[in-house]
Design a protein around this ligand. Structure first.
Ligand code: SF4
Length: 372
C-alpha cells in the first residue's frame, strides 16, 4: 500500500496564523504549476512499487482548482502508477470556494472525501484569522456538500483561540455534531514564527489561551465526541467507525508515500525528501531537468524515534516488535517505559504500547523521554 500527496501552493489570502507554503499571486503561472506537478508525478513513478490506495490534495487551497486541472493531475497519476479500484481521494477545501456546481464537479472527477477548513463558526474568530470565508459559509457548505453526494466529510476546527470561553467552544462542538460529518480534525492554535499572529502576540495586541484553558477545551471535545460515537483515533483526529482518514493513518503507520508539488515531503521507510518551497524555483527546476528536492537518509536513531512518535499518536499504538526490528532498545528505554506504565500514562497489551487517557495530554513529552 502507498499514498500520493499533491501540494497545491495557492491561496486567496494569507491567514494570520499560517506558516504553510503557498502564494496568493499565482494567477500568471497557475497552468505552469499544474503541468510541473504532472511532470513530477511522471518522473517519480519508479519510486513506488506498491499500488496507490490513497490520493490527497492538500495545500494551500486545492479547492481553487477547477475540474480540468484536477482531471489532469488525476490522469497523470492513473497513467504512471498502479492505482487500486476505489482509492480514497481527499481534497482539502475552503468553504468560500464551495458552490453546488463546484462540489458536483469534484465528485464527477473522482474526489470521494472532502476535508473542509472551517476552523470556527464564530465571525469574530474568522475575522482576526483573516479567513476568506464567513461564519455563514462555514455552516452552509456542509449540507451543500452532503446534497452534492459526499458521504465522507471531515471538518477542521481550531481550539485554544483568543477569547474563546469554554461555553463558546462547547457551542462550536455542538454545531459540528449537528452537521453530521464523519470526521473531525481539531488542532490547538499554535503561534508560528513569521506570522501576523506572532507579531500581535509579541506586541500584546492579542493574548492566546493558557495551557489549562486548552486542556479543558480538548477534554470537553474528546468527551462530547465520544458520547456521539465520534472516536479519537489519533491525538487530533476523531471519526465515526470506518471513517478514519486512510491517507493520514498511513503516515502514522509508517507506510510509504510520495509528496509532489512545492514543499511536499516524501518517505520511503529509510529516507525522507522534501521539495523546494518556492513556486518559481520548483517550476524552473522541473522544466530544466534540475534537482527540485533534498534527501536525508534516516539514521537508525531517527527511524527508532520516528516510530515511537508516530506509534504513540494513534490508537494503533507503538509496536515493540517493529521497534526491535530497527534496533534493540537500550536499558534506559525499558526503564522509562515501565515508569510511564506505572504512573498510568502508558498501557501495554502484548507487544503494543499506547497512551492512556491521562497520557494523551502528555504525548509529546512521553515520546521525547523514550527517544534514543
Ligand atoms: S487557506 Fe490554509 S494554507 Fe492558505 S493561508 Fe489559510 S490556513 Fe494557510
Amino acid at each position: 500500500m502507498a499514498g500520493i500527496y499533491i501540494h497545491i501552493p495557492f491561496c486567496k489570502q494569507k491567514c494570520s496564523y499560517c506558516d504553510f507554503h503557498f502564494s496568493t499571486t499565482f494567477h500568471s503561472y497557475r497552468l505552469d504549476m499544474i503541468s510541473s506537478i504532472c511532470k513530477e508525478i511522471k518522473f517519480r513513478s519508479n519510486e513506488i512499487n506498491e499500488p496507490i490506495e490513497t490520493i490527497y490534495f492538500g495545500g494551500g487551497t486545492p479547492s481553487l482548482l477547477d475540474q480540468e486541472e484536477l482531471t489532469l493531475l488525476l490522469t497523470s497519476i492513473q497513467s504512471s502508477y498502479t492505482v487500486i479500484d476505489s482509492p480514497e481521494i481527499t481534497l482539502e477545501a475552503n468553504p468560500d470556494d464551495l458552490t453546488f456546481e463546484k462540489l458536483t464537479n469534484f465528485k464527477s472527477v473522482g474526489i470521494n472525501r472532502l476535508s473542509i477548513g472551517l476552523q470556527s463558526f464564530r465571525a469574530e474568530d474568522l475575522k482576526w484569522m483573516n479567513r476568506a470565508h464567513t461564519a455563514e459559509e462555514s455552516l452552509n457548505c456542509i449540507p451543500m456538500a452532503q446534497k452534492a453526494g459526499f458521504s465522507n466529510i471531515s471538518i477542521d476546527l481550531i481550539y485554544g483561540l483568543p477569547n474563546l470561553p469554554l461555553v463558546e467552544w462547547e457551542k462550536m462542538i455542538d454545531i459540528a455534531i449537528q452537521l453530521n460529518v464523519q470526521h473531525i480534525s481539531a488542532y490547538c492554535l499554535t503561534v508560528e514564527g513569521k506570522t501576523a499572529l506572532k507579531k500581535w502576540v509579541d506586541t500584546k495586541q492579542i493574548s492566546v489561551s493558557n495551557e489549562d484553558e486548552q486542556s479543558d477545551q480538548f477534554d470537553l471535545l474528546v468527551q462530547k465526541l465520544n458520547e456521539v460515537g465520534i472516536n479519537q483515533y489519533e491525538i487530533s483526529n476523531f471519526s465515526k467507525i470506518n471513517f478514519e482518514s486512510k491517507h493520514n493513518s498511513s503516515y502514522w503507520k509508517g507506510i510509504h508515500y510520495i509528496g509532489v508539488g512545492p514543499s511536499a515531503h516524501s518517505f520511503n521507510g529509510k529516507s525522507r525528501s522534501w521539495n523546494v518551497s518556492n513556486n518559481t524555483n520548483y517550476i524552473k527546476a522541473l522544466s530544466n531537468g534540475q534537482n527540485w528536492f533534498e534527501t536525508e537518509i534516516l539514521s537508525i536513531e531517527n527511524q527508532f524515534n520516528e516510530l515511537i512518535l508516530t506509534g504513540l499518536r494513534t490508537i494503533y499504538g507503538l509496536n515493540l516488535d517493529k521497534l526491535k526490528n530497527i534496533c534493540e532498545p537500550p536499558k534506559t528505554f525499558w526503564k522509562t517505559l515501565n515508569q510511564f506504565i506505572d504512573c498510568n500514562w502508558l498501557k501495554q497489551e502484548i507487544n503494543i504500547i499506547s497512551l492512556t487517557e491521562e497520557g494523551k495530554l502528555k504525548a509529546d513529552h512521553i515520546a521525547s523521554e523514550l527517544f534514543i
